[in-house]
Design a protein around this ligand. Sequence first.
Ligand code: MSS
Length: 368
Amino acid sequence: STVPAAKPLPAYVTWKDANAMIVHTSSTLETKRSAFGTSIITPTDQLYIRNNLPAPDASIIADRDGWAVSVEGVKNPRTLTVKDLKSMGLETMAMVLQCSGNGRGLFPTKPSGTPWQVGAAGCVVWSGVPVRAVVEALGGINERMPYMTGTGGEKLPEGIDPKSVMVERSVPVKAMADALLAWEMNGEPIPLAHGGPLRLIVPGYTGVNNVKYIKRLAFTAEQTDAAIQKTGYRISPPGQKGDPSHPSVWEMGPKSWINSPAPESGPLVAGPVQIKGVAFGGINAVKSVEVSVDGGKTWKQARLVGPDMGRYAWRQFVLPATLEPGSHTIACMVVDAEGNRQPEGRVENAGGYNNNSWRDHALTLSVV
Ligand code: MSS
C-alpha cells in the first residue's frame, strides 16, 4: 500500500489531531489505523471528514437553536427549529459512521476516487430527537411515500444546475425507525465540519446518507433526482457508472479490521502479541469475530472486549497470539446477529463502494 504524502490540516479543521489524520485532500481526511486506540468511541478530533461540497459559513452555528428544518410529506408539514426539536424527544445512540468508499484503496482493481484504507469510519455517539417522534407529532407520513429524503444546507455554487451538485439523499422509509435528527455528537454540539447545527443520522446506512446541516426532511414518492442519488453512489459494474437502475449505496454489510499491530508502526518483534481491531454488523449487531494468523487457512474465536454500545456501534475484539519471525498474514471476519458472515471477496463496482472483503482487509506483517 502507498503512504500518502503528509499534507497540513485544511484551514476549516485545524482543530483536528494532525498526528491521527491522513489528509488526502481538503475535503477528504482519514483516521490513521494506528490512531484507533482503545476507546470504543472515536474522538471528534480524530474522526474522518468527507465533504462533497464546501461546508456552509460558520455563521450557521452562531445560533444553533435557531437553525430550521422543513419537514414535508407528513399530514401537517412544518418548519421546525432545533429549539422546537429539543422539546419533541431525546435519544442517544452510538453508531458506525462509515463512508461508502471506505476500503476503496484495498480493491485490487483500484477504482478511481479517494483511496481510503480503513479510516473513513468511526464509532460516534449522537444525541437528538428520533425522526419517528417528529413524524408522529406532525400527524404521520402521507400515504405512499416509500422514501425519506434529506437535503443538506450548503450554499450551492451559482450558474450550475443545483441538482448536479446538491447533497440530497433518499433512503427507504423503513430506515426512519432508528433515525435521528441530531444536534450533539460525542457529548458536544456537532461541529460544523460534521454537520452542525443539525444532522440526519441513519444508523446502519453508509456515510453519504447521513446528511449534514440538514435543512429539509421530506417523505417522498420517489428518490431525489439529485445527481448524488440518481447517478452517483450506486453499485454499478466496472465501466458502467451512472445508471439510475443500479442499486443505491444504502445499508452497510458486516465488516471488521485489525488496528493493532499496524503495519505503519514498523516491524514487530517475535513473541506474544494482542491482535486487536473493530467489528460491526452494518444494520445488525455483532455476534462473533474470528481471527486468522495464517492468511485465512485456520481461524480462532476472538474475545469481544469493551462495552456493548448497541446494535449500530462497533465492538472491539482481541486475540492473543504468538508470532514467530517471518511474514504473517492476519485476517479477521465478523458474523452478525443474523448469522451473516463478512464475505471473503467484494462486489466489484465502478465507484469502489462497500468493500467489506476480509481478504482485502488482511494485513501482512513482518516479524523479526
Ligand atoms: N452531508 C452534506 N450536507 N454534505 C456532504 O458533503 N457528505 C457525505 C455525508 N453527509 C456530505 C454530507 C459523505 S459522502 C460522508 S462519507 C459523510 O457525510 C461524512 O461525514 P463526516 O462527518 O465524517 O465528514 Mo461518503 O459515503
